[in-house]
Unconditional design. Sequence first.
Length: 427
Amino acid sequence: MTLQARLKDAILAGLVAGVLALPLLGFETVDTGGPLGIKTRWHLVGYAAAGVFLGRLLLMALLDWRRGKVQAQATIQPGKRDRMAELGRKADTWLMPALIAFAVILPMMPFADRTVVDLGTVVLIYVMLGWGLNIVVGLAGLLDLGYVAFYAVGAYSYALLSKNFGLNFWECLPLAGLFAALFGVALGFPVLRLRGDYLAIVTLGFGEIIRIVLLNWQKLTGGPNGISGIQRPSFFGYPFSANPPEGTTSFHQLFGLEFASTHRIVFLYYLILALALLTNLFTQRIRKLPVGRAWEALREDEIACRALGINPTNTKLTAFAIGAMFGGFAGSFFATRQGFISPESFTFIESAVILAIVVLGGMGSQAGIVLAAAFLTLLPELAREFSLFRMLAFGLAMVLIMVWRPQGLLAHREPTMRLAKAGGGGP
């Protein structure tokens, strides 16, 4: 793009920003002791317009630079491209063990107080959700904007089973996953013929339907008041309590430790770490099975998938069901960790954040999802002191990442199988 075109585009963006900033920043009501007065702040409008002008100009220059870099990479010799892909594979190979090792030793680090372990638990919840959604979006190529519905089903399933039937966490966990998987199949049937944007709209509607049902079915879900007093998990029957009921041994008594409230926090951290690693292991294994290869074939080309004799109906349903199952597991853990759930915890913004984790991390990349989950979870916490600008910083960071790495932080899709060249000449 020429400099003249860039300037024209930036000036237009600045003018639009100035018009939008005029009612938002240009006027301020002040107390004059009688009727409210109006104070003008034209300098803020000018700053907003100038900032957007300069930002747009810089963004266009950055996009042109990126476009030139991509074109230059397209001319790289095939051998060099293969070496670059090999470097990407090696990075993904050594990065995951390093991240797992860091996660295991995190509670033992000198700086790991209760706040750090709690933040690590939240990050791992989103990692597990990202890995679950990665089955649907990254492997099967089905855009799902209602994934939070399965998260909610798992949480409410655990809460209701625990309160009404007295089941403990370990008994409720598989049932919560089963109920979420059934809801995944229920979502899969109506969308079998849909693709792309239409699929996204229907899944978005499904997520909102679940939230509205939870909000209005007060007899079952408690409505907007939610469900409180949810049973906390125990260490295989040994509660984390300073004064356990008579005849019951608590966790600290079992191991001869002094009671500390951090025992339960650390246990919850390692519990979600184990669930997340189980999700990762399952995903890596199932990719090599026929159903995993069918997901990847469906993602690349559904018509060719049909021509190969693969049943797209069963393939889509298995992707929705398995992805929803892991969302249900994460939801049950969320319910037992919080001790209280309400529909406010399962809004569309949660689905958007989980999808952003998958896209920013690199669709199909397990290690990339870990990095994106840590980034998108910790950024709002680090910007908490600037509470008025937290979402602005969040959105700006996402835009910058998508400009810098449009394919994701670790973007390389590796096929599960490669066809080797046939040796010898033809007939």
